[in-house]
Write a protein that binds this ligand. Structure first.
Ligand SMILES: Nc1nc2c(ncn2[C@@H]2O[C@H](COP(=O)(O)OP(=O)(O)OP(=O)(O)O)[C@@H](O)[C@H]2O)c(=O)[nH]1
Ligand SMILES: [Mg+2]
Length: 274
């Protein structure tokens, strides 16, 4: 296979082709792939994956904050078919922008990030949402726990210590149900199963690059990891409220979310994973 002029295109395309899954929705625009990460050092290679759908109000601030707090990490913004200026604004920075041609949802968005991380050989991938809710100042806390405990994934939890986070009643009830259910399944207490602020190690990156749940993926991803025999730890985090844009979780959607995720968990428990 010939090497593309932008460095990234070649390993990512090769990896996707090997998996037989070069998705038609993934646009690997050359101009967006201008920065090659420095993979020559012996330190762990860290990728910050920023999923973003119509986040023009927040994306610039999020990229700047990540650069300030993680100057040595590489950033991949996964622009999930946004129809606002999210992609354009992200491309003004020295980051990789992977653009879906269509809106695919957060599950596919994160899987694109993991495919990229696996293809480029990153050791750690941290999800930092493009809406500004995940404080960049706490990325290092997740990475520290990942490295100290040898866990496969560390989830930033709003409920390990007081964080001031107050979900709505419906959302809080849903979170409590998931937390109990997942703790029973995993055999360990998990307090915040819906947090997307997470750090994944190498084994998780590989696994998630080929298996990542679709819709509302956070809870299911934990069950899949447990089935795989991978370990999960939590680290206390604070989370800010959204600073702009719109949440995907409307009251009606939270009912769909509960039913869908509960069914998916039971199906996952019965499924054979390769
Ligand atoms: N809503 C939505 N977000 C997406 C999609 N694809 C990627 N994302 C990004 O995924 C991240 C999480 O989405 P949010 O809507 O904030 O979900 P959430 O954080 O669970 O909900 P809130 O606490 O209400 O913000 C954000 O950075 C989005 O920009 C999509 O199809 N819909
Ligand atoms: Mg959010």
């Amino acid at each position: 296979m010939g090497s593309g002029p932008w460095g990234f295109e070649s390993p990512l395309r090769h990896h996707l082709q090997r998996q037989g899954s070069l998705p038609a929705h993934l646009a690997l625009a050359g101009h967006a792939l201008k920065k090659r990460p420095d993979m020559s050092e012996s330190k762990p290679k860290i990728l910050i994956i920023i999923p973003a759908f119509n986040e023009e109000a927040n994306i610039t601030g999020v990229i700047r904050a990540v650069k300030t707090h993680q100057p040595n990490a590489h950033i991949a913004v996964v622009n999930d078919g946004s129809w606002d200026r999210t992609g354009e604004l992200a491309e003004l920075h020295d980051v990789t922008v992977l653009s879906h041609l269509l809106n695919m949802g957060i599950g596919a968005t994160m899987q694109t990030g993991f495919k990229y991380a696996a293809a480029c050989g990153f050791d750690i991938a941290v999800q930092v949402d493009g809406d500004g809710q995940h404080p960049a100042s706490q990325i290092q806390d997740l990475i520290d726990v990942l490295q100290k405990t040898d866990a496969d994934m560390v989830v930033g939890s709003r409920f390990v210590s007081k964080s001031g986070y107050r979900p709505s009643m419906a959302r809080g009830a849903g979170m409590a149900v998931f937390s109990h259910l997942v703790s029973i399944i995993i055999g360990e207490k998990v307090t915040d199963t819906t947090s997307g602020f997470r750090a994944s190690g190498r084994r998780c990156i590989e696994f998630f690059s080929s298996h990542y749940p679709d819709d509302y993926p956070e809870v299911e991803a934990l069950v899949l990891l447990h089935k795989k025999g991978y370990s999960i730890k939590e680290a206390p985090v604070q989370m800010s409220p959204r600073t702009g844009g719109r949440s995907s979780i409307t009251p009606l959607r939270s009912i769909y979310y509960m039913v869908k995720v509960l069914l998916a968990i039971f199906i996952d428990l019965m499924k054979k994973l390769d």
